[in-house]
Design a protein around this ligand. Structure first.
Ligand code: CMC
Length: 432
């Protein structure tokens, strides 16, 4: 069927119909341009924004039915197989894959930006030792604007670029420091001879008292997680970054706002829930009991890490993560670990059980990333923080795309008001 160029909105009160233009997407659904509706006294109602395109974007694309995720047009499977996080960061920010010279220069720039202003150590000291790493990450990332004033002219392209680089490089250092602080261990400075994922693992796990060599298998697995989580269209945290940034707010505050949104259990917290569930199950012999609970409609329990709101046939990220997960467990000789045995058995049963097959409930990316994190020795409290490292790239790319638009405007959603009509103030003594 050809794409319509306009749609007609008719009214049942005799009001003349209105024609609305249709914007054809390069991929995905076509979009009805409703911008003129408000001039005619109408708004659209779409809580959860399931039918609303909030912006033009050329960064990432998802087709949930077909199980596709593209970054700048490149399928995620190809990027996960052939690329790495730094190259993907360049792609998301600049729109094209770098040439080899551009890649070397970008990598060097990223490595040069990993250090934090020394005074930031004292910002950490204000937090309780038992603070959740995400609380610290949100706070310290927001505080960066107090240290890097020289790059916060958001209407200057070069300033935006420098802020983007600073954020991507420094968020990794902050996340590792938030873990060290939580553990009561000394902060470890970044080593710029190391790549992004390697450096992060080094800052998390090394101690000044002895040499530490990052396991390359672990670094590769983490790099893959970062690639897979770098961007995902206009999800809650990305939309938060765009809305915060639409007022001209500084980039550090906007990314901190995105992190706060990501921290919510409905967004970035699912892989933590997977690990908790595996621990609750405790033993392979108890799996049937949990499967039965998941199928029981009178029980609210769901198998964590199964199903997806958008990917109904296959989450392409889960397919990549599954392979990484199996390779890692084999390479680290962890297949006999009781928790991993439970995970592998759950995966096997769900693939054969009619309930899961008929509802297209496959293990999602969080199921596998939770297991990979556990295999790497990363505690559940750090899972969302690592997701935030990866997504910082998508956030800055989306924020930059919005500010670079010629017709950029502050975001200002409207509402369907259902409160009281006008009424007069009643003095307190007269209220009943
Ligand atoms: N365990 C058992 N049954 C399930 C599950 C599950 N994990 N997920 C869905 N179902 C059933 C559900 O009960 C319903 O059954 P019926 O048709 O008999 O009523 C059917 O499958 C369809 O479920 P739905 O609630 O319409 O699906 P949804 O698209 O609204 O929910 C979901 C998607 C991800 C919220 C849900 O599958 C779920 O709660 N999964 C567990 C939590 C989880 O792993 N979340 C992470 C998702 S990935 C996040 C990301 O991409 O970043």
């Amino acid at each position: 069927m050809t794409v319509p160029t306009k749609v007609t909105l008719t009214f049942d009160n005799g009001q003349p119909p209105i024609e609305l233009p249709v914007l054809a997407g390069n991929l995905g659904p076509n979009v009805i341009d409703i911008r003129d509706l408000s001039k005619l006294g109408f708004l659209t109602y779409d809580p959860g924004f399931m039918s609303t395109a909030s912006c033009n974007s050329s960064i990432s694309f998802i087709d949930g039915e077909a199980g596709l995720l593209y970054y700048r047009g490149y399928p995620i499977e190809q990027l996960a197989q052939h690329s790495d996080f730094i190259e993907v960061s360049y792609l998301l920010i600049h729109g094209e894959l770098p040439t080899s010279e551009e890649k070397v220069a970008f990598d060097k720039t990223m490595r040069r930006h990993t250090m934090l202003h020394d005074q930031i150590n004292t910002v950490f000291r204000g937090f309780r030792r038992d603070a959740h790493p995400m609380a610290v990450l949100v706070g310290v990332t927001g505080a960066l604007s107090a240290f890097y004033h020289d790059s916060i002219d958001v209407f200057d392209a070069r300033n935006r670029e420098i802020s983007a680089y600073r954020l991507i490089a420094k968020v990794s250092t902050i996340a590792a420091m938030s873990y060290k602080y939580n553990m009561g261990e000394p902060f470890v400075y970044p080593q710029n001879r190391l790549g992004y994922a390697e450096n992060f693992l080094y800052m998390m796990f090394s101690m000044p008292s002895e040499p530490y060599v990052v396991n390359p298998v672990a670094a590769r697995a983490l790099d893959k997680i970062l690639v897979l989580h770098a961007d995902h269209e206009q999800n809650a945290s990305t939309s938060t970054v765009r809305l915060a940034g639409s007022s001209g707010a500084n980039p550090f505050a906007c990314i901190a706002a995105g992190m706060a949104s990501l921290w919510g259990p409905l967004h970035g917290g699912a892989n933590e829930a997977v690990l908790k569930m595996l621990e609750d199950i405790g033993d392979v012999s108890r799996i049937p009991e949990y499967i039965n609970r998941a199928k029981d409609k009178s029980n609210s329990f769901r198998l964590m890490g199964f199903g997806h709101r958008i990917y109904k046939n296959m989450d392409p990220r889960a397919a990549v993560m599954r392979q990484t997960c199996h390779e890692l467990l084999n390479e680290l000789q962890l297949t006999e670990d009781p928790l991993f045995k439970i995970a592998l058995e759950l995966e096997r049963i769900a693939a054969q059980d009619e309930y899961f097959i008929s509802r297209k409930l496959y293990p999602n990316v969080d199921f596998y990333s939770g297991i990979v994190f556990r295999a790497l020795g990363i505690p559940p409290s750090m899972f969302t923080a690592i997701f935030a490292l990866a997504r910082t790239v998508g956030w800055v790319a989306q924020w930059n795309e919005m500010l670079a638009e010629n017709n950029h405007r502050i975001g200002r959603p409207r509402q369907h008001y259902n409160g009281a009509a006008r009424r007069d103030y009643v003095p307190v003594a007269e209220r009943v």
